[in-house]
Design a protein. Structure first.
Length: 116
């Protein structure tokens, strides 16, 4: 049996921009993606701390060091620039794999610098 387990988490990321006229996804500074173990085009769940909205999409890398968290496409109707979000990524694991697994979690400040 496989279990759905937290793989990666970006806690309290600050949304820097939104672009509604885009096919859809979330664009994230590639350095932040690497720091929390997210690969391009992986599925993510976004939880907006400002309004409680939750949505699922996929992540695309933006310029390294930009600190960008950009909401793209229809999600721009649910999440606004300035909102703080939690970006979650999950993996399927066996019971044995889960025993040794530790999620990769980073905490960000209001400028998307890693503080934890």
């Amino acid at each position: 049996m496989f279990l759905k387990v937290l793989k990666s988490k970006m806690h309290r990321a600050a949304v820097t921009k939104s672009r509604i006229d885009y096919p859809g996804s979330i664009e994230v500074d590639s350095e932040l993606m690497e720091a929390c173990g997210l690969a391009p085009y992986e599925a993510v769940l976004i939880a907006d701390l400002n309004n409680g909205n939750r949505l699922e999409t996929y992540v695309v890398p933006s310029e390294p060091g930009s600190k960008d968290i950009i909401i793209l496409g229809a999600a721009a109707r649910l999440v606004n620039p300035g909102d703080r979000v939690i970006i979650l990524n999950f993996a399927m694991m066996t019971e044995e794999e889960k025993k040794a697994h530790k999620p990769n979690v980073i905490v960000l400040d209001e400028k998307n610098n890693i503080i934890g």
